[in-house]
Write a protein that binds this ligand. Structure first.
Ligand code: ACO
Ligand code: OAA
Length: 382
């Protein structure tokens, strides 16, 4: 190492690694200045309008949209994997029902790895199959968490339903309407992938040490749980409930500002303009607010968006309108981040497979700012 290299590695710390390229990736483009998001080259607006989660999860994993024949086979394989081992349900029933759903999901995903006899396989095809299995089974686990904590039996998957429809069915025990299925499909499509966000980066760091896919996904779920990342959607609904009515929004915004607090669902590490996913969630929230006869939460969100922007010049992100929308869909607030995970599993798996192809361990430096070398002092002399 030359003197120049030592200088470079020891003097410059980029907090949060912001703006640093940590991988080459062909999965997703997040253009923060134009507010553009592409999955494998396809614009999120086109995908939101036209594609299903089955199509886009195939696209993320394999690089191309499926042909009709490929899509049928893929849908079939998602269906075949939907049922989770009964041991998982038994274990879930023994966990405290009051635990945060994301903590339960993290634990259940880790346990699912213990029951998968292929988990340790290093075969490329097997790893792809595990990814498809996880995309299929995370919704089953989330639905089981939702029901078991309410004292209800989990609902077995229905092979006559599509991925999103079956997810709604397993959550509620009733076959969903086409509109409800489409709403869930849109949520799954919009949250599926977003470059090297904190949870995806976590999954890549973990898989790069060559453990097993379940370890990497378990870690990613832990990172998504945080309220600066996926956990923000749960916080947004809490905020709306805490504010309660339109006239309380302005005082709330002033109070958060005065206390130097954070507005949940606002700001973004990459987007300097509007998050391109937000408008789709906003429009659906508007529609459902009207249809449910409870437009208040949507209307409050609109007002909040305006006032927060005026205060901090930050747009809302994907988590903001997902809160009122999922509330209208009858999903409890503390389950929102689990729904996010049931979608992001596709992006995590795509990144894990990409990382494994030409893997290098991820090991940055810390810029050491501690003591110079000093002599050890024995315990009696300290
Ligand atoms: C799916 C997702 O993960 S989307 C993000 C979900 N997270 C949230 O909604 C939580 C609220 N938002 C935030 O905390 C931030 O905007 C983040 C974590 C998303 C991005 O953070 P950064 O990359 O540091 O953003 P940025 O450089 O714009 O922030 C600089 C400063 O702007 C201000 N700022 C940014 N966002 C906000 C916000 N939502 N509320 C109040 N102030 C904010 C803060 O002063 C921040 O500095 P600090 O983090 O030291 O307090
Ligand atoms: O990209 C990020 O930092 C956060 C985000 O929007 C996501 O993960 O969807």
């Amino acid at each position: 190492m030359s003197a120049d290299d030592i200088e470079k590695t020891s003097s410059e710390t980029v907090k949060g690694l912001k703006g640093i390229n940590a991988a080459d990736s062909s999965i997703c483009l997040v253009n923060g200045t134009e507010g553009k998001l592409l999955y494998r080259g396809y614009n999120i607006d086109d995908l939101a309008e036209n594609a299903t989660f089955e199509e886009i999860s195939f696209l993320l994993l394999k690089g191309e949209l499926p042909t009709a024949d490929e899509l049928t086979k893929y849908q079939e394989s998602l269906k075949q994997h939907r049922t989770i081992p009964t041991e998982l349900i038994e274990a879930l029933k023994k966990l405290p029902p009051t635990a945060p759903p994301m903590a339960l999901l993290r634990s259940m995903t880790s346990l699912a790895g213990v029951y998968d006899e292929d988990a340790e396989s290093e075969d490329v095809e097997k790893r792809l199959e595990i990814s498809i299995k996880l995309i299929s089974q995370i919704p089953t686990i989330v639905a089981a968490i939702h029901r078991v904590r309410k004292g209800l039996e989990p609902v077995a998957p229905d092979p006559s339903l599509c991925h999103a429809g079956n997810f709604m069915y397993m959550l509620n025990g009733e076959k969903p309407s086409q509109d409800a299925t489409r709403a869930m499909d849109l949520i799954l499509t919009l949250h599926a992938e977003h470059g090297l966000n904190a949870s995806t980066f976590t999954s890549r760091v973990i898989i790069a040490t060559l453990p097993d896919i379940y370890s990497a996904i378990t870690g990613a779920i832990g990172a998504l749980k945080g309220k600066l990342h996926g956990g923000a959607n749960t916080e947004v609904l809490k905020t709306l409930f805490e504010i309660g009515s339109m006239e309380n929004i302005a005082p709330y915004v002033k109070k958060v500002r005065a206390e130097k607090g954070k507005f949940m669902g606002f700001g973004h590490a990459v987007y300097q303009v509007e998050d391109p996913r937000a408008k789709h969630l906003k429009e659906l929230s508007r529609r459902l607010g009207k249809e449910t006869g409870e437009p208040k939460w949507y209307e409050m969100s609109i007002e909040m968006e305006k006032l927060v922007y005026a205060e901090i010049s930050r747009n809302c992100n994907v988590d903001f309108y997902s809160a009122s929308l999922q509330h209208y869909m009858g999903i409890p607030g503390d389950l929102f981040t689990c729904i996010f995970a049931a979608s992001r599993i596709a992006g995590w798996c795509a990144h894990i497979l990409e990382q494994l192809d030409g893997n290098k361990i991820i090991r940055p430096n810390a810029n050491y700012i501690g003591y110079e070398e000093r002599p050890y002092v024995s315990v009696g002399q300290r």
